[in-house]
Design a protein around this ligand. Structure first.
Ligand code: PEP
Length: 250
């Protein structure tokens, strides 16, 4: 395992206006000092600073959901890694399937964003995962290898700068999950692939599982070897269910 504490990260996606986000962050922060895990919430960019302030002074960290690879410039609607950092984030999610498949984001683009995130002092949470068609074709491990090779920078990847989130696309928001054995095989493959690329450093890199993690299945998923935490979408929008997942990390 990469770290003694699991990382339980909430991806709020395009949900929450300021008042609700602040209330959720406060509710999590009020209960969030859990010895067995680190907590991270990733609100939309519009409320990043407000949520960071609401969580300030607690052990709950805050992350962005994306950043542009350029330092600044004519990129209407985008935010740079430095802006995400400046708003109070320590982490940024990159290459989520909703961006890879919904917006055509390539491995090369994810890699460029990870370089920018590292340069800004952000920990990059790089998401990878197979589609259902790829899984049915028996290509899951090849897809994961390819995404790792294409999405991770050649330098600067270590346990402090980078986290990998394995999120089977077909499991996101569907209520379906891989079997525990399938999760173990995928995470073992990711760890082994990283080890080939970077040697002992691979052991320090946190590997999150994401895809329909809920209070009812979290303890089993988080106990799988090489699962160092979870990236949670739907169940992170409610303090009680998010904290129940965190409690299951023990
Ligand atoms: C996600 O979008 O990263 C995710 C894991 O979503 P959900 O938990 O809702 O499947």
């Amino acid at each position: 395992m990469a770290a003694s504490k699991k990382l339980i990260a909430g991806n709020w996606k395009m949900n929450m206006l300021a008042a609700d986000g602040i209330a959720l962050a406060r509710a999590i922060a009020a209960q969030g000092d859990i010895p067995t895990c680190d907590l991270l919430v990733c609100p939309p960019a519009t409320i990043l600073r407000a949520v960071a302030e609401a969580a300030g002074g607690s052990s709950v960290a805050v992350g962005g959901q994306d950043c542009h690879e350029a330092e600044s410039g004519a990129f209407t609607g985008d935010v740079s890694a430095a802006m995400v950092r400046d708003a109070g984030a320590s982490h940024v999610i990159l290459g989520h399937s909703e961006r890879r498949h919904g917006l055509g984001e390539s491995d090369a683009r994810v890699c460029a964003k990870a370089v920018a995130a590292h340069a800004a002092g952000l920990t990059a949470i790089v998401c990878i995962g197979e589609t259902e068609a790829e899984r049915d074709a028996g290509k899951t491990l090849d897809v994961l290898s390819g995404q790792l090779a294409g999405s991770l920078p050649d330098a600067g990847v270590d346990g402090a700068t980078t986290v990998i989130a394995y999120e089977p696309v077909w499991a996101i928001g569907t209520g379906r999950t891989p079997t525990l054995d399938e999760v173990a095989v995928a995470h073992g493959h990711i760890r082994a692939t990283l080890a080939v690329a970077m040697g002992d450093t691979a052991a320090d890199i946190g590997l999150l599982y994401g895809g329909s993690m809920k209070p009812g299945n979290a303890a089993d998923l988080l106990a799988v070897p090489d699962v160092d935490g979870g990236l949670i979408g739907g169940a992170s929008l409610d303090a009680e269910s998010f904290l129940a997942i965190a409690a299951a990390a023990g």
